[in-house]
Every structure is written in C-alpha cells, then in structure tokens.
Design a protein around this ligand. Structure first.
Ligand code: 7TS
Length: 398
C-alpha cells in the first residue's frame, strides 16, 4: 500500500482540477493577451478562476489578486516591494516577522538585512504560537511591514491573524500573511482579519505546482518584482499559465467551500487524531507544541531515540512518504529551525517527524501507517545508542 503523508510539502492534483486544465494545453492555447479568438477564448475561464480566488479568501471587488508562480514569489514580491517603496524610497527601515516563517520569508528578510534593513524575528511561545501582544510590543515608528504566517508548515499551529491584523491596522502598518498552509484547512477571510497582502500556492490545496497568487488590498500597490509586459495590470509581467490558473481557481473553489472545510475539520481531523493518538501510545513520544490550535491535517511528533531521518528511511521502505520538516530544507541535516524555536534540546530537534494528511487520505492508509510506524520505532530504538544511554528526561525537558 502507498501512503502519502507529506501533504504540507505538496498535494496530489484533484482529478477534477486536472480535467478542467486539460483543454488549455492542446485546444484553447492562445496567448491570453492576443486579440484574436485563440487568445480571447481563454478569458472567460480566467475570469472565472479569478472569481473563485476572490471568493475563497473573501477579497473585496476593488482589491487586487496577482497571479504568481508560487508562494515564494508572492512573499518575495511583498517584502522586496515594501523595501523599494517604503524603505529605499520612503522613511521606514524596519520589518517585523517571526522566527518560524518559511525560508521564502526569512531568507528574503536576511537578504534585506545585508542591505541595511532592520528585521525583528519574533519568537513563538512554548506552544509554538506567536502571541499577538508581542507584535504590538515591537512595532516602531519606522516599521514598514509586519509579515506573519497564518499557519505554520511544520507544526500546523494557527497564529492569531485577526488580532495581529487589528494591531497593524490601528498602527497604520501594512500586514502581510503567508497563508500557504491555511487555505483549505481553515476559513481565510482577508477582510475580517484586516489583511493587506496574502500569499498562497495552488499545489498545497490540490491545485497544480508552479502557480500561486498574491492578494493586495485596494490602495496598497507594490513595485513589481517582475518588470516586462503589461500582464496583471503591470503588477507582474510574463504570460500567465492559463491552464494552471484555471486549475488553481477550481482547486480554490473545491478546497474552501463550507462543505470542504467541514470535511477537513471533521473527517481529516479524525484521521489525523487517530494516527497521532496511536503514536502517542508509544512511551516517550510527544506532539511538538501540543495539540491545540492546529490545522486539522498536521502532526509533528517527536519520538525519543529515533532520528527523524532514520524514521523517514524506514517509512520509505514501506512506501510511506513523510518528512522531518520542510522538504525545501531537508537536503541538509541541520536541526529543524522551527523545532529550535521551541528552545528544545538538540535531541528533540532531530527526532521530529511531520505527518500531514489530505482529503484523499483513507482510514486504511492510516491503519497501515500506524502499524509501520510502531514497528519502525521498535527497530530503531533497538539500534539507537542515544536511546539506550541518555537519561530518559525527554518529556520532562519540555
Ligand atoms: N510558505 C509556506 C508557509 C510554506 O509551507 C511553503 C512550502 C512555502 C511558503 C513555499 O511554497 P512554494 O509553493 O513557493 O514552494 N512549504 C513546504 C513544506 O513545508 N515542505 O515542503 C515545502
């Protein structure tokens, strides 16, 4: 049996989405900017896709949604756009973000630091959550942007976006949220949460890879990252990938309907809890950051004496895909930065395994995964020198 439990890295394209994309490869293939019927033929479906994106995040009609290549590009567009507009050409010099953002935010901020920008990386509490009051404490006269993710990709922890949005609005500071892991898992409402900019990636909610979007509230235009043609009203040059845009729109519609969110919150959550509770029956296992306030599909578990990488190897042998943290960072064996942010010991930081489900995960797959994981823990603990010789204080250290 094949079991894919790495849906926070990417998801399967929903077959319905794939079907909707197909005509745009060999039949309706005109450049959407061409004036002839081949190009113009793409417009109705592009507009429909855009409307689904607006509905999915409750954007207002006057707001803008720019199609990008992915959340990485959306994040870069916001941070570098703010740099140009408010820092290089304005009187601000400070950006607030968190320690646990995806590298698409932190690496971009680190780059800006080399250019003289001051960046504050806010810590999370022992539950892995950034407290809204901490944001307030660090806002300064010259703060140009606050960028805080909606949900964390490693732990699934959901941040208090509504409170942070209210704080930023009161302070008159633009608020960006990377909602890549929130779409299709929790209700996302940009108006209710006073969001100025929002990033998303279609492949995290059963859309295709290589397409994403950036929401921009009315009146908050940014200098574009990509200059060139007049596509996207001049906000993002380059011919739009029509097939992927259509796919992203439908994927958004399917993932954010009230029924889909209810399914995620009930069925997917139940399967995640079944898997998690079964693993927690094994002595000296913990859920990093605890069980509260998480996306329904994610668990990040630490199993004492079991290196995350070894566990992945064992799981892979039994055709189960999981991860130790960001796939983007897993080529190096550095301890997971999100786990380090918990202030945990290095053993804990190396023993995390992230299991992330989707609406396509079945109960049979979860039962199989439980059996395999339990067997792997026994095998790996038997051969683990750290499990045999270190004091068993793993849980008490948290
Ligand atoms: N932001 C967040 C919160 C993410 O989780 C990811 C991908 C990205 C941005 C980047 O998305 P992309 O589509 O531009 O690549 N996160 C992960 C992950 O957790 N494991 O693999 C990729």
């Amino acid at each position: 049996m094949e079991v894919y439990l790495d849906n926070n890295a990417t998801t399967m394209v929903d077959p319905e989405v794939y079907k909707a994309m197909e005509p745009f490869f060999c039949h309706i293939y005109g450049n959407p900017n061409s004036l002839h019927k081949f190009g113009a033929g793409t417009h109705p479906k592009m507009i429909e896709a855009l409307n689904y994106l607006y509905e999915g995040i409750n954007a207002a009609d006057e707001d803008d949604i720019i199609i990008t290549a992915n959340a990485t590009e959306s994040n870069n567009t916001v941070i570098k756009g703010i740099w140009v507009d408010k820092i290089l050409n304005g009187n601000k010099n400070h950006i607030i973000t968190s320690e646990v953002e995806h590298p698409a935010i932190t690496a971009t901020c680190k780059f800006l630091e080399t250019q003289g920008v001051s960046v504050t990386y806010l810590p999370v509490n022992e539950e892995g959550i950034l407290e809204a009051s901490v944001v307030k404490d660090y806002i300064k006269e010259d703060t140009a942007l606050v960028s805080i993710m909606w949900a964390n990709n490693e732990t699934g922890k959901i941040f208090p976006i509504k409170e942070i949005g209210a704080i930023c609005k009161e302070a008159g500071i633009p608020f960006h949220t990377d909602a890549t892991q929130a779409i299709g898992k929790v209700a996302v409402d940009v108006q209710d949460c006073n969001v100025t900019y929002l990033s998303l990636s279609a492949h995290k909610f059963h859309g295709p890879k290589g397409i994403g979007a950036l929401y921009v509230e009315k009146g908050y235009e940014l200098t574009p990252l990509l200059h060139g043609g007049e596509q996207m009203g001049g906000h993002r040059a380059g011919t739009v990938d029509v097939a992927s845009m259509v796919g992203m729109g439908l994927a958004m519609k399917l993932a954010t309907s009230p029924m889909a969110l209810a399914y995620e919150n009930n069925h997917v959550r139940k399967l995640r809890d079944k898997l998690e509770d079964a693993i927690l029956e094994i002595p000296e296992t913990i859920v990093i950051g605890g069980k509260d306030n998480r996306t329904p599909n994610t668990t990040l578990i630490s199993i004492r004496g079991v290196e995350g990488e070894s566990m992945l190897w064992d799981l892979n042998q039994k055709t189960i895909g999981a991860s130790t943290g960001s796939a983007c960072a897993s080529e190096d064996l550095e301890a997971n930065p999100v786990m380090n942010a918990f202030g945990s010991d290095s053993e804990l930081a190396h023993t995390g395994v992230r299991l992330s489900l989707s609406r396509f995960t079945t109960e049979e797959q979860i039962d199989y995964a439980i059996k395999v994981i339990k067997g792997a823990v026994n095998r790996l603990r038997d051969i683990s020198s750290s499990y045999a010789y270190t004091p068993k204080n793993h849980v008490s250290q948290l």
